[in-house]
Design a protein around this ligand. Sequence first.
Ligand SMILES: [Zn+2]
Ligand SMILES: [Zn+2]
Length: 276
Amino acid sequence: MLIDYHTHHARCGHAVGSLEQYVQRGIEIGLTQIGLSDHMPLLHVDPATYYPEMAMPMEELPRYVEEAFALKEKYRGQIDVRVGLEGDYIEGWEEQISSIIREYPWDYVIGSVHFLGEWDISDFRQVHNWEGQDVFAVYERYYDAVAKAARTGLYDIMGHLDVIKRFGNRPDPGREEETIELERRALSAVKAAGIAMELNASGLSKPVAEMFPSRRILETAVQMGIPLTVGSDAHDPLKLSEHLDKARTLLYELGVRELATFEGRRRTMIPLLLTE
Ligand SMILES: [Zn+2]
Ligand SMILES: [Zn+2]
């Protein structure tokens, strides 16, 4: 019962591999389910003048969905393909995001905060924006956006909950208690919304060298009873499920015995097994 619920492909402009290559790779490595979850097209910034290669152009979205559902049919019996979207949460753009989500019969939608205004905090080309910032204040804005995203009811899974740490920017140690409080408030919103959260292993390959979210956040999520799932955030078929063995082991250590899966936006829990 191996799953990977977070993947990207060439359409977004910064990943390689076709959807079918991911699906075939999933079969090769023994996944029972693969979630396709490419980035939502840019909405609030003009793709023509913004940083290039952030997400698929809007006109590609219907083709993405069509191709993904065709693969779901084609590989039925070999692997369960689940068709998803990594939907950015952008404060003030809830209506537009909602209409994109409503337009297609997704199996699931990941809610991710990448943007604080026009700043994509997950983009290495934009790290200069940290200069001169009060790191705690940025964390405050970020976790506030995560909580708002959860409350929209637009999403099934909250993505990489503490991705704000991606480039290693951390609040002053003297503000640790307050930082824990920010995390708790975001988690409470996730819990209240009744949605799941992912353990995204890609952080292990990022400057921060830690999964998203941290063990501390996961422990609280487990205590709160938030359903969890796992994703590699692969941007290359060869990196599909990278580090997910570590993700599963950590969850198991924390007492998690089930993972959340989705079809037609309905959640089903499946056993978390360390050995197949
Ligand atoms: Zn990406
Ligand atoms: Zn993301």
